[in-house]
Ligand binder design. Structure first.
Ligand SMILES: Nc1ncnc2c1ncn2[C@@H]1O[C@H](COP(=O)(O)OP(=O)(O)OP(=O)(O)O)[C@@H](O)[C@H]1O
Length: 961
């Protein structure tokens, strides 16, 4: 809540709610005791109020589409809601089943296009966003379903958009019940095409609206039994006749006057017209032209529209001749005559206008003059001719102008209606009443009085419908009904229309007394209604009076009431124009039947005003819908077929159906069912649902059949298509597989190439290694062989040495053996010689010799022993040396083995590190075998060496042996 503000000044202030005020589009809270409201210079000043933010008004930010959804239904809340929606270009809002339309002052074509019409066609009320089409749709459906006529009331202040709304309603109704009309034009087209004509003669610029309709309009669309438009009629009410003679600044007179003044020169010349400023009926205001409107163009457009409506060239000529005549008529001025209370044509200028008027109306100029300045009074005894003073003559002139203009307007409306065509056999109509809403201005005159009286009547009609008649019906039907308090405006209506004694009756009375003035009329009112609650006499005024209407108090100026009320044709005027040589003009004033001219020549607008509202029916509250039991069962029996089948009384059956539908708050009367607002729609919706379901079942079966047929055909087609596509897919798949295989092959070859390359690299490395190793092994072997060769040489030498030694030993042994043998032989000879020495000394000598020889042999043995010992020592040394050499060779072999193992290890590692795809090649196996064979070879060599060693070692033993 914002801080309180002291003074708020606004031009649009609503303070009807006790706590809230709406000031220029904002909501304010009023502190009840201190609030002070007064108006200065057209602005309202409110003190001690505090601003309320929109959220406090309970409406969601975007507003609600139905005002009944607002938590608090008060003016600020309602206006705030409308403003919030208006911000979003949502110009329509519901209040229950009433539509509020706000003038967007811009074209919103998307709101009214054919797509929109399609959407609203047959849609449930309230289902879609609020729209003028929804209202027309409800009226049309109700007419079709119930076979009854319906009316739509379009009400609002001037410029609110009534005429536009009416056009939209008609367009939508024509869309629903369209028929091709005369010469291929639809009725709606014809009605709309007639609009420029009606607007040219019935519309004028006002303060609020540049194209304000100055007449009430009831468009009646007639429908045949099939719900097609079969005819249409435009009924007009209350053309604002006073505007013909009197306009206030900055308003304009009816458009047609300005169009004619802007017509092509030859036309203007023909009608002796000039600048609109030169005509009294137009120059009372300073406004002559409208922004963005070219009157010359409009003149031509009106002529074209007249062509379309079927107004002939001669008729068009006559129409504009009459319009020109009215302008000239307004320029006739009067001066005082020689006799008392008499007048004469003021000057030559006025006479020119008088003559021109007579010329244009094709009547006698003298008769026209007489009709303007004289009055004929018919008394039972005689006929008296009375002169009129200049003021009365002006009144007579203006009365003539108004009469001619209003007759002309009525003629145009009739012409339009006959051009559209009526259907006398039409059973139902939808009427659209476009009428001004309640008006309250600073200065209110007879027009506002009539408009407000109409609205008072509408309100009463509403009251009657909603409350009075309802209550009567409920009582008659003996249903429970708690009486609703309502503001009954019957007393206001009594004040206005009661006969005798009401304001209109007093006004008519005053109009009939020639001496009456507005002052005497006002005094009469003050006197008659001094104790009436609805009538207030303003303190300082002598001619104004205030009526407390249902919508508020309005003060009227009685000054022009008498003049504006007089709607009779002055007999002189009637005679004058009936005698016109122009058939069109005389046709506007057909001679009156003898009786009527005698009995009453006076009719007042006020009294005629009461026929206007009969065609209007407004949707009501309470139990707005009622149906006789038969109607109800006939319509809603489908909702509960079991109830219809059962043997129930109509009343019970209705009750059962309603209960089955779960409706609450309805009432069952003696002969009728009474439904709450919206319940009928709900039942209709359920009925539509049931019928819809039934229709759906039928549709389903048919659709199943059609769908099955279509399916089979489709399946066949699909199979053909599938096989074709599968063929294409298989080809594609094959192509893909082929590509994959090719890719694999390429990969394989590539891998094999890379593997081969790496293998070759590995192999060449292995070969290099092997070569190196083999070279090394060969070198080793070579070295070994060299060593072996050397060993063999050594061995050979050793063997030779051994053989030599053996030979020597054998020789020695042979020598020894020989020596031994010889010793034995010598001994034997010695013995023989001894024997012979004994026998002879010679033997002794031989003995000595032999002894000597033995001694020598013994020495030689000793020497041989010494030699063998030396030889053995040498041999032991040699063996030790050889063993050392053998050990060294063994070490070398081990070393070679160790190196081979290392090479093997390195080769194995290299192979392992090579890529996995490299298969183990038998090369290594060969190498290993080779190595193993080499190892075996080495081992055999070792064995050989050992054998050899063993041989060597054995030799001494042999030798020993
Ligand atoms: N729905 C709408 N869309 C666009 N413009 C609109 C709409 N309603 C009204 N207007 C505009 O407002 C102007 C006045 O509207 P309209 O003539 O229908 O008002 P009205 O209530 O009939 O006034 P009056 O009672 O003075 O004849 C129109 O000329 C048009 O420019």
């Amino acid at each position: 809540m914002a801080a309180p503000v002291n003074i708020i000044v606004g031009s649009h202030v609503w303070v009807e709610h006790p706590e809230l005020a709406w000031v220029d589009g904002e909501v304010f809270k009023i502190s009840a005791e201190e609030v002070h409201v007064h108006t200065t210079n057209g602005q309202t000043v409110i003190t001690n109020i505090s601003k309320v933010f929109p959220k406090d008004t309970e409406a969601p930010p975007g507003g609600v589409d139905d005002m009944t959804k607002l938590s608090y239904l008060h003016e600020p809340g309602v206006l705030h809601n409308l403003a919030a929606r208006y911000e979003l270009n949502e110009i329509y809002t519901y209040t229950g089943n009433i539509l509020i339309a706000i003038n967007p002052f811009q074209r919103l074509p998307h709101l009214y296009d054919t797509h929109m019409m399609e959407q609203y066609k047959g849609a449930q009320f309230g289902e879609l966003s609020p729209h003028v089409f929804a209202i027309a749709d409800v009226a049309y459906r109700a007419m079709i379903n119930e076979g009854k006529s319906n009316s739509i009331l379009v009400s609002g202040e001037s410029g609110a958009g009534k005429t536009e709304t009416t056009k939209m309603l008609m367009r939508y109704l024509a869309y629903l019940g369209g028929r091709s009309g005369v010469e291929g034009r639809t009725v709606e087209q014809q009605v709309l095409e007639s609009n420029p004509v009606l607007e040219a003669f019935g519309n004028a610029k006002t303060v609020r609206n540049n194209n304000s309709s100055r007449f009430g309009k009831f468009v009646e669309l007639q429908f045949d039994k099939n719900g097609r438009i079969s005819g249409a009629a435009v009924r007009t009410y209350l053309l604002e006749r006073s505007r013909v003679c009197q306009i206030s600044d900055p308003e304009r007179n009816y458009h047609c006057f300005y169009l004619l003044c802007a017509a092509p020169p030859e036309v203007r010349e023909k009608f002796k017209l000039g600048d609109p400023k030169s005509f009294h009926y137009l120059n009372q205001s300073n406004c002559y032209a409208l922004d963005g409107v070219d009157d010359t163009e409009e003149y031509l457009a009106t002529r074209r529209a007249m062509d379309i409506v079927g107004i002939s060239e001669e008729e068009q000529d006559a129409i504009f001749r009459v319009v020109a005549a009215i302008l000239h008529l307004g320029n006739i001025e009067f001066a005082k005559g020689e006799e008392a209370d008499s007048s004469v044509i003021k000057d030559e200028k006025s006479r020119f206008h008088l003559n021109t008027t007579a010329e244009l109306l094709k009547c006698d100029a003298k008769s026209l003059e007489d009709a303007l300045i004289n009055r004929v009074m018919v008394t039972p005894e005689e006929v008296i001719t009375r002169t009129l003073d200049p003021v009365a003559a002006v009144g007579s002139r203006d009365a003539l102008a108004k009469t001619v203009y209003s007759r002309l307007f009525d003629w145009l409306v009739d012409k339009i209606n006959s051009s559209i065509g009526q259907d006398p056999n039409s059973r139902t109509i939808i009427g659209v009443l476009d009428i001004y809403g309640f008006e309250s201005f600073k200065l209110n005159s007879f027009e506002q009085f009539c408009i407000n009286f109409t609205n008072e009547k509408l309100q009463q009609h509403f009251n009657q419908h909603v409350f009075k008649m309802e209550q009567e019906e409920y009582t008659k039907e003996e249903i429970n009904w708690s009486y609703i308090e309502f503001v009954d405006n019957q007393d206001v209506l009594d004040l206005i229309e009661k006969k005798p004694g009401g304001i209109i009756a007093l006004l008519d009375e005053a109009c009939m007394f020639p001496k009456s003035t507005h002052e005497t009329f006002a005094q009469k009112l003050y006197q008659t209604f001094k104790s009436n609650k609805r009538f207030i006499k303003p303190k300082l005024s002598r001619t104004s009076f205030t009526i407390s209407h249902y919508a508020g108090e309005v003060t009227y100026l009685a000054d022009l009431f008498l003049d504006k009320n007089k709607d009779y044709v002055v007999a002189e005027h009637q005679v004058l124009l009936t005698a016109s040589k122009c058939p069109f003009v005389s046709g506007l004033f057909p001679p009156l039947p003898e009786e009527s001219s005698k009995s009453s020549k006076f009719s007042s607008i006020g009294s005629r005003f009461k026929g206007v509202l009969e065609a209007i029916r407004i949707s009501c509250a309470g139990y707005p819908t009622r149906r006789t039991f038969y109607e109800f069962l006939h319509r809603f029996g489908v909702l509960a077929p079991d109830v219809l089948d059962g043997n129930y009384d109509d009343k019970v059956a209705c009750e059962k159906i309603l209960d089955k539908m779960g409706l609450k708050g309805y009432q069952i009367g003696k002969t009728k069912v009474f439904l709450r607002a919206g319940q009928m729609a709900e039942l209709d919706a359920r009925r539509a649902e049931v019928l819809g379901n039934a229709a759906r079942i039928i549709q389903r079966q048919i659709r199943t059949y059609i769908a099955r047929k279509e399916f089979i055909a489709l399946r066949k087609a699909a199979i053909v298509l599938q096989s074709y596509w599968r063929g294409i897919l298989a080809c594609k798949l094959y192509e893909q597989l082929r590509r994959e295989a090719a890719a694999l092959k390429i990969q394989k070859n590539f891998h094999s190439y890379t593997a081969r390359t790496s293998y070759l690299t590995a192999r060449s490395s292995a070969i290099q290694l092997q070569t190196g190793l083999r070279a090394m092994v060969a070198r080793n072997e070579f070295r070994f062989r060299k060593q072996t060769k050397a060993a063999i040489i050594i061995e050979a030498y050793l063997r030779r040495h051994i053989a030599c030694s053996y030979y020597k030993s054998l020789k020695k042994a042979a020598v020894i053996t020989q020596c031994g043998w010889r010793r034995r032989v010598a001994r034997r000879e010695l013995r023989n010689l001894k024997m012979a020495a004994r026998e002879t000394g010679a033997l002794k000598e031989a003995k000595d010799k032999l002894e000597k020889h033995v001694e020598e042999l013994t020495w030689r043995l000793q020497f041989e022993k010494q030699l063998r010992t030396n030889l053995e020592e040498e041999k032991a040394q040699e063996i030790a040396k050889l063993q050392d050499a053998l050990q060294a060779m063994q070490l070398q072999v081990e070393e070679a083995n160790f190196r081979i193992l290392k090479e093997q290890e390195a080769a194995r590692k290299a192979i392992e590190e090579a890529p996995p795809i490299v298969k183990e090649t038998p090369v290594i196996v060969h190498d290993t075998e080779k190595i193993e064979s080499l190892t075996a070879e080495v081992d055999s060599l070792k064995v050989c060496t050992l054998n050899w060693v063993i041989i060597i070692v054995k030799l001494p033993f042999d030798l020993q042996v």
